[in-house]
Design a protein around this ligand. Structure first.
Ligand code: C2E
Ligand code: CA
Ligand code: CA
Ligand code: CA
Length: 292
């Protein structure tokens, strides 16, 4: 059938309208998600490229709505950011992550007869939390985190905060001060999704950062795509020049892990090792896969 311009315009406006309704529904449900206990954290391990040692875990937010089902963070986090809900959600994430880390310290393993107990491999891992721009901009961020660490008993150097490259550059001056204050607390700092935004190398030098995380869009296909390979190895070389450790995320197979390791990338994360898992499943994974 032939569609006229008017039909098409009507169709598009209906579609736009449907999208607006869907977004409104999501926003409405998200407002209640925290109090209704619909949010949870999954954890994905980060391993040393050389010994495949468990170095840390990244906390990743999950939302299962009884109305909408399970919604990926890529869909609901932008809404949380636009509406300001990310502040409450983000501090909930930080709190949960620290409490989980403390629980892992208490997970001692009974090794059999006698009293000998050894710590669980997760007790040695650090925990990473993603921070959104609104959290970075909040003047209370540093005192909130300081209070959280004191309250939970978590040592600062075991907490790592991930900030995306674009967040850092959007308001570089404010970010520089926040990061310096966080660093003074002793927490570790990573630049996430590195290579996808634009970074001024001069700024990169000014931030007191511990790690660069090479974005998974470069890592995933680097064996098939020479440009991705070139970008990844350039980021590794650049990071090393600046004294940073490099994490490759999105490592989906052994061949990629081997090449990254040969390129001197220190740390690996990705489906090849494990998907993000709920805490109990990760505890089992760590016992089976992480060398002691
Ligand atoms: P991100 O921080 O870059 O997290 C890594 C994402 O890559 C996660 O997606 C993870 O599941 C996925 N991933 C890990 N390994 C692989 C792999 O080998 N292949 C592929 N294709 N993907 C892999 P997820 O969990 O859907 O999270 C998406 C994004 O949502 C995160 O990207 C982060 O930007 C944001 N996010 C998640 N949790 C939080 C949170 O608590 N706070 C904030 N502000 N943002 C969060
Ligand atoms: Ca991240
Ligand atoms: Ca990332
Ligand atoms: Ca991201």
């Amino acid at each position: 059938a032939k569609t006229t311009g008017r039909d098409r315009a009507l169709f598009y406006s209906m579609e736009t309208n449907q999208r607006a309704v869907a977004r409104q529904t999501m926003e409405l449900q998200l407002r209640r998600a925290l109090e209704r206990n619909e949010l949870s954290l999954h954890y994905q391990p980060r391993l040393s490229a050389q010994g495949a040692q468990l170095l840390g875990v990244e906390a990743l937010l999950r939302w299962t709505s009884p109305v909408l089902g399970s919604i990926p963070p890529g869909e609901f986090i932008p809404i949380a950011e636009e509406t300001g809900m990310i502040r409450a959600i983000g501090s909930w994430v930080l709190q949960q992550a620290c409490e989980q880390w403390v629980r892992w310290q208490q997970l001692a393993l009974d090794t059999g007869p006698g009293d000998a107990v050894v710590p669980h491999p997760l007790a040695r891992a650090s925990i990473s939390v993603n921070l959104s721009a609104a959290q970075m901009a909040a003047p209370s961020l540093v005192t909130d985190i300081e209070a959280l660490l004191a309250r939970t008993g978590m040592p600062a150097h075991r907490l790592e905060l991930e900030i995306t490259e674009s967040q850092l550059m959007e308001n570089a001056h404010a970010a520089e001060q926040q990061l310096a204050a966080l660093k003074a607390l002793g927490v570790q700092l990573s630049i996430d999704d590195f290579g996808t935004g634009y970074s001024s190398l001069a700024y990169l030098k000014r931030f007191d950062i511990d790690r660069l995380k090479v974005d998974k869009s470069f890592v995933r296909d680097m064996l098939a795509n020479p440009a991705d390979m070139a970008i990844t190895s350039a980021i590794i070389a650049l990071g090393h020049t600046l004294g940073l450790k490099i994490v490759a995320e999105g490592v989906e197979d052994l061949a990629t892990a081997k090449v990254l390791s040969a390129l001197d990338c220190e740390e690996l994360q990705g489906y090849h090792f494990s998907r993000p898992l709920p805490a109990p499943a990760l505890e089992v994974w760590a016992l089976q896969h992480a060398p002691q």
